[in-house]
Unconditional design. Sequence first.
Length: 162
Amino acid sequence: MEALVTAPSPPQVRAIGVANFSVPYLTTLLRTSRITPAANQIENHPLLPQQEIVDFCRARGIHVTAYSPLGSTGSPLFKDEGVLAVARDKGVSAGCVLLSYHVKRGCSVLAKSVNEGRIEENMRLVELDEGDMRALGRLSEKGVTRFVYPSFGVDLGFPDKQ
């Protein structure tokens, strides 16, 4: 009796996206999955640049999407003198500067608002130069601030939460 040989079935999933994946979790996923995530959605803003995971993703062709890109409701970023200085120089709002920061870094953003004027303002982006990016990069030099970190009940592997 001949053994029945069948071709492997095609993958049922062609693309995946992940959220809150740190370097250790992505390393494990990439080692065990046939599919590389198209995107990793992480909290990201000048007070939490997460350069390690951004660089890791970029090197592997994984797009980074920033959630909480403005810091969060009532964020101190809107009052930060470094952000305000760039905003004054560009003639735009602090929110515009923060969203432009992500675009300059090659990330997409999820900026939530129910206010029509703020939604319109969020669509205005400006070109930030290297001096602007250095000024915004200095915001996390004294330490990072994560605004959104629910109690998942598991160590997600982020360096600032270990």
